[in-house]
Design a protein around this ligand. Structure first.
Ligand code: NAD
Ligand code: DGY
Length: 297
């Protein structure tokens, strides 16, 4: 039960006539919120400070205790500005007035429009506007950003996208956040980078060899690590379960497949009869399954 299906061999499934369902449209905001939470935890050293407190080490306010990074006015870099990347970018823009630099294979038009409009609103209030910039390389994002959040799909173009050489391009006090897929970062290189650069921070929801971490990661105070919980809100998990069940039921009953995997709200309405369709079968076209239009539901 997941939106990401990089762990499934869809081609082999299709060859054998097996439908592959996923659960899109209900994870976006929840996952983006966890990426935002990780960003704040790393920027303000929340986990380190919590451990210090619980260990009974706090003996009075100090001007130098757990100095972190102010996000306001800084630049957030997005690699993969799809559903989750764009939702996270909007949160960081609206919540913390950060400027956006992003890299994606496609233009994130809605995100650009949002940042432009919000920038104009801030100006109308006498505040500095926020800005966006689309760059043509991953390297440009890494050089320019104070926080880099990774949101691409995992495929052969993004495997170890963040490696030793690219980490070296980042600012010494930057933060890297990953709530996408573990192998997008070369985790051994990241551990070495964190060891050599104590002011650099990482906040990770996903790991290269889940459920394990690469040696050394868990000892590093400049890393925040959580166990793949980005989609773990009650609303999202219920939505995922409903969509997964509806996929199975729709397939068993021979129903057609819903046409818009990003618009699955009709499947979540508990008070009405479930629609006679599978909400999201990713290999529907290649299997030759019938696909519904909105008007026919
Ligand atoms: N941690 C979690 O619990 C969790 C939950 C949901 C999704 N995810 C993962 O989050 C990621 C994003 O999910 P989404 O729903 O936003 O997907 P999406 O398809 O909406 O967005 C992915 C974006 O990545 C871009 N992209 C593809 N190849 C790229 C490349 N080489 N360089 C840069 N960008 C590239 C695509 O153009 C697209 O805009 C996926 O990896 C997904 O598996 C993780
Ligand atoms: O792809 C997904 O759905 C997640 O990684 C699990 O929530």
């Amino acid at each position: 039960m997941a939106v990401g299906y990089n762990n499934v061999n869809v081609e082999a499934a299709t060859r054998n006539g097996v439908a592959v369902g996923n659960t899109p449209g209900v994870l976006t905001e929840t996952t983006a919120e966890l990426a935002a939470a990780l960003t704040l935890a790393a920027a303000r050293r929340v986990v380190e400070a919590d451990s210090f407190m619980r260990a009974g080490k706090y003996d009075g306010w100090l001007p130098t205790l757990f100095i972190g990074n102010l996000l306001k006015g800084q630049t957030v870099g997005i690699i993969g500005a799809g559903r989750i990347g764009s939702a996270y970018a909007r949160m960081m823009v609206e919540g913390f007035k950060m400027n956006v630099v992003y890299y994606d294979l496609y233009q994130a038009t809605r995100l650009e429009k949002f940042v432009t409009a919000y920038g104009k609103f801030l100006e109308s209030q006498g505040e500095s506007p926020v800005t966006w910039k689309r760059v043509s390389t991953v390297e440009d994002v890494l050089r320019l950003a104070d926080v880099v959040s990774l949101h691409p799909v995992l495929d052969k173009t993004t495997y170890h996208l963040i490696n030793k050489d690219r980490l070296a391009l980042m600012k010494k006090t930057a933060i890297i956040v990953n709530a996408s897929r573990g192998p997008i970062i070369d985790e051994v290189a990241l551990v070495q980078h964190l060891q050599a650069n104590p002011e650099f921070r990482a906040a990770l929801d996903v790991f290269e060899d889940e459920p394990y971490m690469k040696p050394g990661l868990s000892d590093l105070p400049n890393a925040v690590v959580v166990p793949h919980i980005a989609s773990a809100s009650k609303w999202t998990r219920e939505g995922m379960a409903t969509l997964a069940a509806a996929n199975v039921a729709g397939k068993l009953k021979g129903c057609p497949v819903w046409h818009d995997a990003n618009n699955v709200m009709p499947f979540l309405d508990e008070s009405s009869k479930p629609p006679a369709a599978s909400p999201s079968i990713v290999n529907a076209k290649n299997l030759g399954l019938k696909i519904l239009t909105a008007a026919k539901l």
